[in-house]
Design a protein around this ligand. Structure first.
Ligand code: IMP
Ligand code: MG
Length: 434
């Protein structure tokens, strides 16, 4: 049975949580493989609306093992709060497993995230401020603290002392901030370690054993491919590998690239971005506000799950999209929020960029170049009738069918799933993914 990866095809917030929730029905194991609590997944089901930052979206199904892989940066306080709030709503969290190899977000990471953004001034990345970037910097610098280290004072105390010996100098001398107390950190994080202990387990064995038993495994991506540290709009990216490229997904749970059979890329029917950085198809007109506030009264507007920031809005960008399809080796696209386009007279798709009078059809590496390109649009007729109650491709308005077919051609990838609303049943399965 396949291991399937779900990745974000754009700049995050494509509706991965919603797609994972749908696909999780058949999976035995659902695992997060990258990023940290900078991510935010909104899931609506019969038990209510949930905003998850770390716990995989499979948690709402009984008998699924939900895994937080080694590839994550975990703020223990956020994770424990999330576990408590799920328990409060009667959801069993006993099936949650946390990798002892995952990195821990420490107080200095959050402080450094804030100070660094401030120092960058106008060139700030627009991070979520959760300390994820500085945590991954420490991972690479081999100064990180891992979940396993929280289990014993003998491991943790010297690591915190040595990390703070360095970081307090950086905080005070480079950024003019205030030093962080070693003792406070040691006590608090040992307590977090004690509370997290029941969740710690061997992630690799869980994933591989389920796979060998012939059960489905779903690897749940966070953020989007265009925020990828290597392949995204650098430097306006996140500090981890959200794409499945270069084995980001395999790396984040400790398996090999050949273990992965399918990669599903989630794309919104338009584009959004939070934070700074280039966004060629960004809109500033009435349509942007209309799309942003669609369903706002039901909490469905385009506002960040983690930060509440209004999302920047634009048309679907097929140049960025095709780049993302190739980067991830996508086997299928899941197209979300088609219903948000309901009622628009015309819908645009960017099919090329114009750069200094020349047409280009590839995604430039330099953010300064991307800032200068002008999108070339193809305009398609919209559809009048709502799609929210449609459950099969053939029942979609002909213009909506034509839009989807055009997306497939431009992205060079088939659309297997379409979502037309936040509820589990508001989906059109064009081809079964499992
Ligand atoms: P960081 O990951 O907090 O360092 O933020 C770096 C960039 O990634 C910023 O542009 C953030 O807005 C963006 N980002 C991080 N996580 C998410 C997410 O889950 N959805 C959308 N954007 C995100
Ligand atoms: Mg999100």
């Amino acid at each position: 049975m396949p291991i399937v990866v779900v990745v974000g095809g754009q700049w995050g917030d494509e509706g991965k949580g919603r797609i994972v929730d749908l696909l999780a029905r058949k999976a035995r194991v659902v695992a997060r493989y990258s990023a940290g609590n900078n991510a935010g997944h909104t899931i609506v089901n019969e038990r209510g609306e949930f905003k998850l930052h770390l716990v995989p979206a499979g948690i709402f199904y009984a008998e699924k093992t939900c895994v937080i892989g080694n590839g994550l940066a975990v703020d223990p306080e956020v994770l424990l709060d999330e576990i408590d709030s799920l328990k409060d709503k009667g959801i069993d969290t006993g099936r949650l497993v946390l990798s002892d190899r995952a990195q821990v977000i420490m107080p200095w990471h959050i402080e450094l995230d804030r100070l660094d953004e401030k120092m960058r001034g106008d060139a700030a990345i627009g991070t979520t401020g959760k300390g994820v970037g500085p945590c991954f910097i420490d991972k690479v610098a081999r100064r990180g603290i891992r979940v396993g280290d929280l289990q014993r004072a003998e491991d943790l105390v010297p690591r915190i002392k040595s990390a703070l010996d360095y970081q307090n100098r950086v905080i005070t001398a480079v950024y003019g901030g205030e030093a962080i107390s070693v003792d406070d950190c040691c006590e608090r994080y040992l307590e977090f370690g004690r509370r997290l202990k029941p969740y710690i387990g061997d992630v690799q064995s869980i994933v591989i054993d389920a796979h060998r038993r012939g059960e489905y495994v779903l690897l749940e991506g966070a953020q989007g491919s265009l925020l990828d540290l290597d392949h995204g709009t650098y430097p306006y990216v996140t500090s981890s590998v959200p794409s499945s490229s270069s084995g980001g997904a395999a790396l984040g749970v400790g398996i090999g690239p050949t273990d992965i059979q399918r990669v599903v890329g989630v794309f919104k029917s338009y584009t959004t971005r939070v934070g700074n950085g280039p966004f060629p198809t960004e809109l500033f007109d009435e349509i942007a506000s209309q799309l942003r506030d669609h369903g706002k009264e039901f909490g469905r507007g385009e506002y960040g799950t983690t930060t509440g920031r209004p999302r920047r809005i634009g048309w679907l960008d097929a140049i960025a999209g095709r780049y993302s399809v190739r980067l991830n080796g996508l086997s299928a696209v899941a197209l979300t929020r088609l219903d948000v386009l309901d009622g628009l007279k015309t819908i645009k798709i960017c099919t090329a960029y114009e750069l200094d009078g020349k047409i280009i059809e590839t995604f430039p590496a330099q953010e300064s170049v991307l800032e200068r390109v002008n999108p070339v649009y193809e305009e398609l007729p919209g559809w009048e009738s709502p799609t929210t109650d449609v459950r099969s491709f053939d029942d979609l308005p002909p213009q909506a069918q034509a839009f989807i077919r055009r997306v497939e051609t431009l992205l060079e990838c088939q659309v297997d799933l379409i979502s037309v609303g936040p509820a589990r049943e508001q989906a059109i399965i064009v081809n079964p993914i499992f």
